[in-house]
Ligand binder design. Structure first.
Ligand code: SF4
Length: 339
């Protein structure tokens, strides 16, 4: 399909933070192909902050998942009124394609999954082999002739995000300008993805002493007890940020940090895209599909025959995570920071 001049483009963005980061190279490719078009990104509120200062998007349109039919109809009508020339659908949901069809968007581009081929003008058949999620999005935009040879996932935090983060860190005990490492020990998906609290604490204590870092522990409100238990085990100065950061503040915290030690999670992808040295601990999931993308990343994984299982909770003895040692994680971190 050849690229036509389009004036207004709507990108329906992914619903998860990690996917929202991995879609950035595809969005940049669309921007490069249509430098003069007005590109609007329709996303859920909890990922909107990721694109607040993104130069490849003109307008970020944030809508919560419609809970009533009347909300769904209102959004569909809004899309119709805004008269987009093309909609690029990054989620594979039936509902997202139906919305664009009923909104009368003339060109509708997406993967022909979930029985939605008939609703798309440019339905793309996914390859049989699983590819990295970032490549999956790039393969989709190839259909509109976007050039995807040198994907760039890099993002930058704004000065406001950094300043807000530093003020929060200072309130929590990490002095302004002090170097610190970040632990991300949670995983919303389930316990199968979680490495152990005592080992996170051990890694943090070891590296903080060696490198002269403070320690900040991030996570959601529900993961606050995990963060608290880890900090109780650490003698060095720590700050519990779990439950205290918006997405924008989290971006600022990660951008200000010197090192990230993390489970497979959304913040892992943000840190990698910011260029922060990131050690990612993998077990039940497939790093070839959802691994962090960036030059300053290391994956630590213990090979077991049952991985990737993609389960939320391990039905056996969690050998994938049990096999990952503190020494391995510390070694990967030292390599990344050149210590
Ligand atoms: S089944 Fe295997 S890969 Fe899955 S969580 Fe358990 S040990 Fe890990």
């Amino acid at each position: 399909m050849r690229a036509k001049k389009l004036e207004k483009i709507l990108i329906r963005g992914p619903n998860w933070v990690g996917d929202a980061v991995l879609a950035i190279p595809a969005m940049k490719a669309v921007r490069a192909l249509f430098p003069d078009a007005e590109i609007t990104l329709l996303v859920r509120p909890f990922v909107a902050g990721l694109y607040a200062a993104a130069p490849f998007i003109d307008k970020v349109w944030s809508e919560a998942k419609p809970s009533r039919l009347t909300d769904w109809i209102r959004i569909t009508r809004d899309i119709r009124n805004r008269q987009f020339d093309m909609a690029l659908l990054l989620p594979n949901s039936f509902e997202s394609a139906l919305m664009m069809l009923l909104a009368g968007v003339p060109q509708r581009v997406g993967y022909a999954t979930e029985g939605r081929q008939w609703m798309l003008t440019n339905g793309v058949t996914a390859g049989s082999k699983s590819v990295h999620q970032m490549q999956y999005y790039l393969d989709l935009v190839k259909v509109i002739s976007a050039i995807v040879e040198s994907p760039s996932i890099e993002i930058e935090a704004t000065a406001h995000e950094r300043n807000t983060a530093r003020r929060l860190l200072a309130r929590e005990g990490i002095p302004i300008e002090a170097p610190f490492l970040v632990l991300s020990p949670g995983a919303a998906y389930g316990t199968a993805k979680r490495w152990y609290e005592d080992r996170f604490a051990n890694v943090a204590e070891t590296l903080a002493r060696e490198l002269g870092f403070y320690v900040a522990v991030i996570g959601s409100e529900t993961e606050r007890p995990i963060a608290a238990r880890i900090c109780e085990r650490i003698v060095c100065a720590t700050a519990i940020l779990a439950g205290k950061t918006s997405l924008e503040t989290l971006i600022g915290v990660l951008a200000e940090s010197s090192l990230m030690i993390t489970n497979d999670s959304g913040p892992m992808h943000i840190a990698a895209a910011l260029g922060v040295p990131t050690v990612a601990i993998f077990g039940s999931t497939d790093e070839t599909v959802t691994g962090p993308y960036g030059l300053r990343t290391r994956i630590v994984k213990h090979p077991v025959e049952c991985s990737p299982c993609l389960l939320r909770h391990c039905p056996i003895d969690h050998r994938c995570m049990n096999g990952v040692t503190v020494d391995e994680v510390c070694r990967a971190a030292r390599e990344l920071v050149g210590a």
